[in-house]
Every structure is written in C-alpha cells, then in structure tokens.
Design a protein. Structure first.
Length: 641
C-alpha cells in the first residue's frame, strides 16, 4: 500500500509540471489567435497599455476552458510517453500494476479539474466575456490616432478628406495641404488649399485645431439663397484668399468605455440558471405570439369568413332570439368567380389591384413578424448552445485524457516532438467537428444538444478504444503490424529465414528425408489434381471455411523444414528457405464453427464477400502447393548430389 501511494505521488509530480507548462503554451496560442484576429482593429488608435493589458487579461480568462482540453491531451501524451520511453511504465507493469491502476490518480485529479472548469465557466466566464466584449467594442468605436500620411487622402475625420504632400518630421509642418470639406453635403462642398499648415489636438482631445498658411478657399453656394435655383441657372461659388486660417474640427480622440449592460443581457453573460430562465421566458412569449398571430391570420382568411360551411356573424345581443341561440344557420358557399365575371372591366381591374395591395401588405406584415420570430428562435438556440457548452468543454477534459494517456503508453515517445504533433492533429480534428456541430445547432439544422455533443460522441469511442488497446498492450501504431495483418488477409507469402547452426545435436537422415520429400511432393500434386479453384458455396460454409487436407500438408511442410534446419550443407539450407508458409488452409482467415458458417451463408452480402475472399486465398494456396512440389523435387536432387 505504501508503494502504491508513492507511485501515485510520483505520477502526480510527473504530470503536474508538464500540465502547467502545456497549459501556459496552449493559453498563449489562444491569445495569439485572438491577437491575429483583432490586431487590425487595435493598431493605430493610440490605446493605452493598461487598456490592452486589461483586455488581454479578460481574454485569457475567457480562453481558459478552451485551452484546458488541449493542455490535458498534450500533458498526458508527454507524461506517459516519457514513462514508456524510459521503461518506467514497463517496470510498473512488471510489478503487477495495470495501466488502469497507473492512470487512477491522474483520473481523479482530472475529474477535479473538469468539475472546477465547469464552475469556472459557469461563474467566472460570463463575467469575463462581458468585460472582454465591452472592451473590444469600445476599442472598435475609438477613433484612430491622428496621424496624417503623406501623398494619401486621410478619411478618418468625419465629413473631411485631408491630403498632405510632405511633412517635416522635426517641426511637424505640413506642406501643400488640401482639404475637401463635405460636412454640409456634396452639393455644398468646400475645398481649401494651403501652402503649409500645422495640426494640434485640444487639451480635452475632443477637437483638432488646424492652422493653415498662404492659401485659398473655394465654396459652392448652390444651396444658399431664399429660394432654390433652377437647374439651368449658373451655380455661384465663393473664393477667398488668406494668409492665416484656423479651423476647429470635431475629433474625439478619447477612449470612451461602453456600458456593460449591452452585453450583460446576452447569452455570453449568463450562467446556467440565467440561461434556463431566459429560455423559459422566451419560449413562453414566443408560443403566445405564435398562437395570437396564427389566430389573427386565420380570422383574416376568406375561408374563415366566406368559405363553404362557415357560420355567419352572430347578431347583436339585443336582437338575438331564442332560435338564434338554439341553432346557427350555415352560410352557403360563395362562388367568387361568378361574382367577379358579372363586374365591368374597370371594376375587375380595381378589384385585382385592391386584392394585390392587400396581399402585398399582408405579406409584408407577416414577413416582418416572421423575421421577429426567427430572431427569437435564434436567440433561444444561442442560449441552448451556450448552456451545453459549459458541460461539453468540461467533459472534453476527461475525453482527451483517456485519448492522450493510452496513446502515450502505446507510442512510447516523450519530449515535445511527437506528442506536440499528435496533440495538434487531434485537437484540430476535435475543433473541426465541434465547430461543425456548433454551426448546425446555431442555424437550427440540428437540435442544440445534438450539435454541441457531436465532438464528444465521436471522440469518446476513440478514447475507449485506445484505453482498451493500451491495457491489452496492443501495438496499433506499428506499421509492420498492419502490413502483417494485410498480408494475412490477402494471403501474401512470407519469406523464410534459416541460418546455419553452429552446433548441431542431430544431423538429418538424408535417405529417410528423401522418401519423405517425395511423399510430400506426391501429396501436393494430388491436392492440386483433386481441388478446384471454385468451391461449392454451401459445402464451404458447412466445413467452417477449413481445408483439412491443406492443413495436413502445411504441418508436413513445417516438419520437413524443421529437419532440414539441422543440416550443415549450405545448398540444403538455402533451398529449404524456398518452402512457402502455407497458412491459407483457414480460407476465412480464422477457424469458425459449421453453425456460424451456415449463419454467414444465410447473410449473403457478408457471406458472399467472405466467400470471394476465400476463393482468392484458395488461389494463393494452390500456388503454394505448386511451389512446394517444385522445391521438393529440387531438394531431392540436391540431397542426392
């Protein structure tokens, strides 16, 4: 027990530094992704360092739940890869400790991390997201820093375009200044040209004071006067010359913080309780609106008011008689076509125009209402996806551990190389699947829980499979394993490797061996003469895919080769390596019972495919028999020499 506790502490001490390191790396990567995405909106606006630091702080808090799964995958791969590479994992297994028991302390620790991540995302992330989006929106709304470029029109000042040919960097003097002022409309545009000028910002940073020297001003006076002029009249303008002119231009260069209440009511700023409450209230409101609008639409339809079988409107309460209350007359059907045909042509045209206007108004009215309902449904879906995301990201922490830990135990590669590549590839697959499911849920193609849990439903079986393979010490990432399986499936031949023994305890009896080789060759020829390439379908399955005669010949070949391995003659050893490995006597790949064979025979799509594969393996088996006949004859000739 004491040894096991030391082992648990050893694993935790090994995992925790790697987890902290990989978490920092992953969080830095997500921060860089955010920076690359929004860097164009931050550059050139003169934002203070403290504002940027505050923004990145809230971004880091928001990205923590997304960085955790990748960090856990990376750290678990590195931890178990290092243990496997340094043979420490093998020593633990040799001591009788299973891989599941080795993973136990880290499993409990990561369950605690996943639960903590859930509470963090439910309580801290909504606040950080509100702060982050508020700061980001304020940064977007801030006016850019007043930096006039050379030989380019500057359009960041509202209502004005500025052009400067050159600028003195030391004195700040602007040369050959041109200003297009269209703040009062393009028809009343004003053009100012000056030899030079200077710019300075007011103390409160709400105005820009521009001082111009030696210039002229041109102003269009088309809109002035007591009455509008005719289009054919000449357009008056005003030209002024000046030695010095000062212009006060409104330009707010301060950073104004937006009110946080804009984002607090959105789904990004709510926890699970608030999300559920909002979903319930929006659902009730939307259902009531749908019922009211559907009733109003039905009441406006002609089928409700004038259709066949519709009841006439009830009389007023004062005129209602006892017979009216006992029975309601049914209105007869109205033939609209006959009523329309008796009208005059001009009346028909007016009726059609009136009907078209009513239909257009109705379509416009209900199109607007449909858009409102669509927006409400979209808001409900966004609330649902946000609520499910708080669970899926925490659950992904455990899934990635049960992918990374067994995968590291299988590949047995530590360091930052192979684990980093595998982690990035797996996380890219997870990100693509998760993003696809999120968009499907957001757009209403799938239900919210289906889209948000799609990535977990796909990766969870992968984690179970890798854990099962690692517990059973299966080699699933070795290329030779898959090549051997492919060779066994297709019946491809393997080459024998026989080396000359330094010490031979019993030399072969070449006389008896010659007779045995001749008998083996005869058996192979008889098999070729008595067997066909195509087999009877039902007989094949009744035998369970076995070929007893081929199995007997295969055992005889291995026995003969076992005797030839004790020879001290190089020619005999080289020729013995030409004997094939006859392993296709199980034509289905492995032995099955006759009852299971008949069950597969009934399942024709599957049984037919296996039967065709068996026919191919039988073809290879006949080739082996021909090779065995040839090698037996050549071996007899070599022995007789």
């Amino acid at each position: 027990m004491r040894t096991v506790k030391r082992l648990d502490l050893f694993l935790l001490k090994t995992f925790l530094p790697l987890f902290i390191m990989t978490f920092g790396i992953c969080l830095f990567i997500f921060l860089m992704q955010f920076l690359w995405r929004y860097v164009d909106e931050m550059v050139g606006k003169g934002i203070g360092i403290h504002i940027l630091a505050e923004l990145f702080f809230y971004v880091a808090l928001t990205q923590i739940p997304q960085a955790l799964p990748l960090a856990i995958l990376f750290a678990s791969l590195m931890t178990f890869g290092n243990l496997g590479e340094q043979m420490e994992l093998l020593a633990m297994k040799a001591s009788g400790i299973s891989l599941v028991r080795i993973m136990k302390p880290l499993t409990f620790f990561l369950i605690f991390v996943a639960i903590s991540a859930f509470f963090f995302q439910n309580n801290v992330t909504p606040v950080s997201q509100v702060k982050m989006y508020t700061l980001l929106y304020s940064v977007r709304q801030k006016s850019p820093e007043l930096e006039i470029p050379e030989r380019t029109f500057y359009k960041e000042i509202s209502g004005k375009n500025l052009y400067v040919k050159s600028r003195d960097r030391q004195t700040g003097l602007l040369r050959e200044v041109m200003i297009y002022d269209y703040s009062e409309g393009f028809n009343n545009a004003r053009v100012i040209m000056a030899d030079s000028g200077r710019l300075k910002t007011s103390v409160d940073k709400k105005y820009v004071v521009m001082t111009l020297f030696s210039g002229e001003s041109f102003e269009n006076l088309k809109g002035s006067g007591t009455r509008a002029r005719e289009a054919k009249d000449a357009v008056p303008y005003r030209r002024e010359s000046f030695d010095t002119m000062e212009m006060l231009i409104e330009f707010d260069g301060n950073f104004n913080m937006t009110d946080e209440s804009i984002f607090q009511g959105r789904y990004v700023g709510k926890n699970i309780a608030s999300l559920q409450q909002s979903i319930d209230s929006m659902t009730v409101r939307m259902d009531s609106v749908k019922r009211a609008e559907s009733g109003a639409l039905y009441a406006q339809s002609y089928r409700r008011t004038l259709g066949p079988g519709a009841a006439p409107p009830p009389p007023p309460p004062a005129d209602r008689t006892e017979s009216d209350s006992l029975a309601v007359a049914v209105r007869p059907a109205v033939d609209f076509d006959s009523l329309y045909r008796v009208r005059k042509p001009d009346v028909r045209a007016s009726l059609l125009a009136w009907s078209k206007r009513n239909v257009d108004n109705l379509l416009m009215n209900y199109g607007f209402k449909s858009g409102q309902l669509s927006f409400e449904e979209k808001e409900i879906r966004w609330h649902h996806t946000e609520m499910h995301r708080k669970f899926t990201l925490s659950f992904a922490c455990l899934i990635f551990f049960f992918i990374g830990a067994p995968l590291g135990a299988i590949i047995r590669k530590g360091g930052l190389g192979a684990p980093a590549v595998i982690s990035v590839l797996l996380f890219v697959v997870y990100y693509i699947i998760d993003n696809m499911g999120y968009k499907m849920a957001r757009d209403g193609v799938w239900l919210p829980w289906q889209g948000m849990w799609l990535s977990s439903a796909i990766l969870l079986p992968l984690g179970v499979f890798l854990t099962w393979k690692a517990v059973n010490d299966s080699v699933i990432l070795n290329a030779e394993t898959y090549l051997d399986a492919l060779k066994r499936l297709t019946g491809r031949r393997e080459l024998r490797k026989i080396e000359k023994k330094e010490i031979i305890m019993e030399h072969p009896d070449y006389g008896a061996l010659t007779v045995r080789l001749q008998r083996l060759g005869v058996s192979c020829r008889q098999y070729l003469d008595g067997s066909r390439r195509w087999m009877n379908y039902m007989n094949f399955w009744k035998q369970g895919g076995r070929d007893p005669e081929a199995e007997r010949i295969a055992l005889e070949i291995e026995a003969v080769v076992g005797i030839l391995e004790n020879s001290d003659r190089n020619l005999v050893l080289n020729k013995a390596m030409d004997f094939p490995f006859v392993r296709s006597f199980h034509l289905t790949g492995r032995a099955i019972s006759p009852r299971a064979g008949m069950a597969l025979a009934v399942c024709f799509p599957v049984g037919g495919a296996v039967y065709l594969l068996a026919v191919y393996r039988r073809k290879l088996l006949r080739q082996d028999m021909r090779t065995a006949v040839r090698v037996c004859g050549e071996m007899v000739d070599i022995i007789k020499v």
